[in-house]
Design a protein around this ligand. Structure first.
Ligand code: UGA
Ligand code: MN
Length: 255
């Protein structure tokens, strides 16, 4: 089976660093296909070249967030859901180019800022319906995770602290869905019409139930992905150069 990874991404000072970390992890995984969806009007040279210079199988798409859903410069990020139409564009591409009968695989929604292990990418490959595992550094906790009943091997509860009443109180980085399921149910997609923090519960509810989830990462006892977030770099001196109309430090250099 192929691991299809769908990654929304957008231009900002740390973008190349984030995508480099991701691509160099993905290069260590066999049979991985990276579907990278730029939140921009055109494909950028930065992303195009990064993909070309990797030896990954990839599909490069563009999909702009509708203006009314785009975060403003100073707006706090939780104000609006992120990556919604980009992930849907990835799903549409899969549906238009894959036939369920011939294509075996799994779909993982990997944001561009998190940290992923080769191990979890290989484990998720064999997902029958939907698999889950712990995510480090998210939801106000060191780890958010499903608790597994040792007798049944099924999810019996969750340790999440943020909106624990959600049906699937888990981050985007903590689950993967079988490709065939997504191809057989073409209506399954992400939606803006959900409460804050309900993107994951909304999509998982469309394909599975908590009882059916397949626990990975040693019965959800290991952290194999982290919800990391890069700090915005201090670019005060750079902005000073711009104000004085002096050349930027990165003139002719892609950062
Ligand atoms: C959390 C979850 O980890 C996300 O999967 C979820 O989409 C998000 O909450 C949400 O509720 O919308 P968080 O770290 O706050 O994540 O989200 P970001 O990492 O800021 O954004 C998620 C993805 O969308 C990233 O891959 C990012 O590059 C992309 N994005 C963000 C865009 O494509 N365009 C933007 O304008 C902003
Ligand atoms: Mn993030």
């Amino acid at each position: 089976p192929v691991v299809y990874v769908i990654t929304p991404t957008f231009a900002r000072p740390v973008q190349k660093a984030e995508l480099t970390r991701l691509s160099q992890t993905f290069m260590l995984v066999q049979n991985l296909h990276w579907i990278i969806v730029e939140d921009s009007k055109q494909k950028t040279a930065l992303v195009s070249n990064l993909l070309k210079n990797s030896n990954l199988n990839y599909t490069h798409l563009i999909n702009m967030t509708p203006p009314q859903w785009k975060l403003k410069q100073k707006e706090q990020r939780w104000r609006k859901p992120r990556g919604v139409t980009q992930r849907n564009a990835g799903l549409t591409w899969l549906r238009e180019s894959k036939k369920p009968a011939v294509d075996r695989g799994v779909v993982y929604f990997a944001d561009d800022d998190n940290t992923y292990t080769v191990q979890i990418l290989n484990e998720m490959r064999y997902t029958r319906k939907a698999s889950v595992w712990p995510v480090g550094l998210v939801g106000g906790l060191m780890v958010e995770k499903p608790n597994i009943d040792p007798d049944t091997g099924r999810v019996s509860s969750w340790n999440s602290a943020w909106r624990p009443e959600r049906k699937f109180p888990i981050d985007m980085a903590g689950f993967a869905i079988n490709l065939r399921i997504l191809l057989e149910k073409p209506s399954v997609k992400f939606s803006y019409q959900v409460e804050r923090g309900y993107l994951e519960t909304d999509i998982l509810s469309q394909v599975t139930t908590p009882e059916e989830l397949e626990p990975l990462a040693d019965n959800c006892t290991k952290v194999l992905v982290w919800h990391t977030r890069s700090q915005n770099p201090n670019l005060e001196a750079e902005n000073r150069l711009a104000r004085k109309s002096l050349p930027p430090s990165n003139a002719g250099i892609e950062v």
